[in-house]
Write a protein that binds this ligand. Sequence first.
Ligand code: HEC
Length: 168
Amino acid sequence: MKKMLFVLMLSLFAAGCKEEDSPTETGQTDTDSQLYLLGKSSTGFVFYKNTSDTISKGGNSGHPDAKLRTRYNSIAAKYLDGAGKVKAGTIFPDSSLIVKELYTNNALTTYVFLFKRTGDKNADANGWVWAEISPTGSILYSASKKGAGCIGCHAIGIDYTRMNDAHP
Ligand code: HEC
């Protein structure tokens, strides 16, 4: 009886530990959920070319949806000119968040994120974090992939951003 109690307590203890450990276990997706929370609402963002209208995607866009619109949080928006385009030579500062929304048949399908956070474990060599998340919060492209498959295509842009060249 004593032994059984001991085993029971041991397993309860182990279960308790597991729960406490889980934030680190799921650490890979912390950045994803933070991005989702920071970027799902357009409040406080400024749209590219100062318009919230959707536009047709650029010819070599990596994404299948036909329509998009891109917005910049208040930190990133300081680097837009009067016409709402990214100023030449911009290097976006930390905490800049750029969100591209993708639309198919007028329905939002995807949030695509570029988030400058030097030192984030998911950031690439230039401090950018790359991710794609669905409107309901499903991770479509995790930040933990560090932009593999994204960076090459974005390298020709202003600090890796492509709106100016694809939508002049
Ligand atoms: C085949 C080339 C290509 C690939 C691959 C690609 N992109 Fe893009 N991306 C573009 C182009 C072109 C634009 C300009 C907007 C448009 O027409 O889609 C763009 C725009 C963006 C924007 C809006 C901000 C800006 O000015 O760049 C974000 C954010 C973004 N992409 C994130 C990503 C992420 C994350 C990945 C990888 C999962 C990725 N991109 C892969 C070509 C690409």
